[in-house]
Ligand binder design. Structure first.
Ligand SMILES: [Zn+2]
Length: 440
């Protein structure tokens, strides 16, 4: 089965547009485009032009996000938001975030030009978020938090590497820092959020599939863990040592074992020991721990097992441990209704049974999920590699993805219409019953 012809044509345009966006960078020999930067202004100009050509009404919102809107069967209906991000990490690839915005734009263009939007019971809004990665100011998901009503004015005091405050960056971008929160949607003017994104993992490749839905965006917590022992000479017998580094090593392998058993994803990516002498037992060891799980409960249970195990290890090595939580985010569950519309779309496009994956990377959807129901469509990327110039996607996968995304939007419309018809029929039947009762 091949994707629809329009989607195959669109995929060629999408790949070409991702190449064009890659040239809007602040890095000499790589891609870097950050929030409220001159490169982002250029990207908005370029993508905004494509949005206008697609028949969308274009604006830059008060949070520095690019938005394009197509009306539905009548003007002013609440919107189904199709979003991802246009910013990048330093030395990025061409597709993380960008592919989602550009594909949503091509899908909206197809629906506008084929006349389909004129019968939709909602408006379509394509959003290119100005910040998801947080590369400039440290705090992440700034654009999507603003859209989802979670903006925090304290962020305006954050500074970038050159000491420029976010407040100033808004002014330099031509926006009023006092009005950022006005970018928020409400449940009256939006019905849901769909995001198209590269998988950033190897599962689709392993299963030889182009597409999947997402079941949830994982809960995540990060800690810095410090083991306190006592520095002493290598001559010290084992039972008299307080060896912080060996205890840390045993805790780290314990984390690996527990996380594998629990079906979570853990990483200890950073470790240091003091004083750092080849013949000196380490008196202190510090390591990072990032743990992600499909649900908040699973994350919390897994951490409880890890801390119990660590306490046992510390007792055996005569050391103590303290830990500092440096980041925590709850999981975002994808909405069953929107998710099933995406899975049906995948089946209509690929002709194969759809399935859902847990998303271990964070996404804009997490910041929108507090306000709107969300769902995601994943497309395979080569080797699961992302945040790297080696990011790669296949054009035929993008065609399947665009086709599935368009079907998903039409599935949302079809099911909403059916539900409205059913409600109307039910109220008509109820009225008839009332008339009968009154006549009796
Ligand atoms: Zn991304």
């Amino acid at each position: 089965m091949s994707a629809a012809q329009w989607a195959e044509d669109a995929a060629r345009t999408i790949m070409d547009r991702c190449d064009q966006l890659a040239t809007l960078t602040s890095m000499e020999n790589g891609i870097e485009r950050t929030y409220l930067s001159p490169q982002m202004a250029k990207a908005f100009e370029l993508v905004g032009g494509w949005m206008r050509d697609a028949g969308l009404t274009v604006s830059i919102d008060p949070a520095g996000n690019l938005r394009g809107r197509a009306e539905g069967e009548r003007d002013g209906l609440p919107a189904l938001v199709l979003g991802s991000h246009l910013d990048s990490v330093p030395d990025a690839g061409k597709y993380d975030g960008i592919l989602g915005v550009i594909t949503a734009l091509s899908v909206a263009e197809h629906l506008v030009k084929s006349g389909a939007t004129a019968t939709l019971p909602f408006a379509l809004e394509v959003v290119g978020f100005g910040d998801e990665e947080g590369a400039r100011f440290g705090a992440t998901l700034l654009g999507s938090y603003a859209l989802g009503g979670g903006w925090n004015d304290e962020w305006l005091d954050l500074t970038d590497a050159d000491g420029v405050t976010m407040r100033q960056a808004f002014r330099d971008f031509g926006l009023d820092p006092e009005r950022v929160a006005e970018a928020a949607h409400t449940t009256e003017d939006a019905i849901g959020y769909l995001e198209f994104h590269i998988e950033q993992g190897p599962i689709l490749e392993q299963r030889d599939r182009a597409l999947s839905s997402v079941s949830s965006i994982a809960a995540a917590s990060r800690y810095m863990v410090t083991i306190h022992g006592l520095s002493c000479h290598i001559a010290t017998p084992y039972d008299l040592r307080h060896d912080a580094l060996t205890a840390a090593a045993e805790i780290i392998t314990g984390i690996d074992r527990i996380s594998r058993e629990a079906g979570t994803r853990a990483n200890v990516g950073e470790i240091s020991a003091e004083p750092g002498g080849v013949n000196v037992i380490a008196g202190k060891a510090t390591f990072s721990l990032d743990l992600r799980a499909g649900t908040d409960e699973l994350r919390d249970e897994t951490f409880a097992r890890i801390w119990d195990m660590a306490a046992d290890v510390c007792e055996r090595y005569h050391v103590t441990m303290d830990r500092e939580c440096i980041h925590t985010a709850d999981s975002a569950q994808c909405d069953p209704f929107l998710r099933s519309c995406i899975e049906e779309g995948i089946e209509q496009s690929e002709g194969k049974e759809a399935f859902g994956l847990i998303s271990y990377p964070g996404h804009d959807g997490m910041a929108v999920a507090g306000l709107l129901p969300i769902a995601m469509l994943y497309v395979r990327c080569k080797g699961g590699i992302s945040h790297s110039p080696l990011e790669s996607v296949r054009e035929d996968d993008v065609a399947y993805g665009a086709d599935a995304f368009a079907h998903a939007i039409e599935n949302v419309a079809t099911r909403l219409r059916a539900a409205a018809d059913e409600a109307e029929a039910r109220s008509a039947a109820l009225n008839a019953d009332v008339v009968l009762a009154m006549e009796a």
